[in-house]
Design a protein around this ligand. Structure first.
Ligand SMILES: Cc1ncc(C[n+]2csc(CCO)c2C)c(N)n1
Length: 210
């Protein structure tokens, strides 16, 4: 599945937003827009993770997704408050933020556990992948404008959570019928594309036309 998204991942690395995050040259306004949209995304995404916990077949996977839902709000929420302060209650999700969260929530509500696992996997995998790559290039994080962001996603514990999410998806795919596997691939691919769109939207400071 990961191999099928190689083009999208190359496109993510090439995004001006991601390059600027890596070398510290990204302007603060675009970063603040991204963090505000991300806070709105995390609230919806945490609900999808909680749904995955509700659908999970065993205690280990219930605990994994329930902790991921918790971390999406608490751990990443702390990063947000450090970086941009509390998100204003009146902040409105952008079209892309709305589309991505609505998409994962629609999978949560209309499809099964295997498809939902595939839909939430890029959120872990893309961020661990980008975090690791930016870390390798970043040098001393204390002197880096976006060091705290990079440290959050290059973290070893986060890498382990990503491995666990991949293992769960692999087990589900191995036991699934061909129709379910096809829907898992589609969900994985679409969510990976939404990850690209999310950064691109922040670069463009995307807004609603009306
Ligand atoms: C657009 C967007 N995509 C992925 C993440 C990363 N992320 C969100 S929730 C979660 C699981 C619990 O930590 C992870 C890894 C993000 N912040 N913003």
């Amino acid at each position: 599945m990961w191999a099928a998204t190689a083009r999208t991942r190359d496109a993510i690395d090439a995004l001006p937003f991601v390059r600027g995050l890596g070398d510290g040259s990204l302007d603060r306004d675009r970063f603040a827009y991204y963090m505000t949209q991300d806070a709105l995304y995390l609230r919806g995404f945490a609900r999808a993770l909680a749904s995955a916990a509700a659908k999970a077949p065993n205690g280990e996977e219930i605990a994994f997704f329930a902790k991921a839902a918790h971390d999406a709000i608490v751990v990443e929420g702390a990063l947000h408050e450090d970086q941009v302060g509390r998100v204003a209650d009146e902040a409105e999700p952008s079209p892309t933020c709305n589309a991505y969260t609505s998409y994962v929530l629609s999978v949560a509500h209309t499809q099964g556990y295997p498809e939902l696992v595939a839909a939430v996997l890029p959120c872990f995998w893309v961020y661990a992948d980008v975090g690791e790559r930016l870390m390798a290039k970043a040098g001393e994080l204390a002197d880096h404008a976006y060091g705290e962001w990079i440290a959050t996603y290059a973290d070893e514990e986060f890498a382990q959570a990503t491995e666990q999410a991949k293992a769960i998806a692999d087990r589900q795919a191995a036991a699934a019928d061909p129709g379910t596997v096809a829907r898992m691939r589609e969900a994985f691919h679409r969510a990976t594309t939404y990850e690209w769109m999310f950064w691109d939207a922040a670069w463009r400071r995307e807004a609603w036309a009306h």
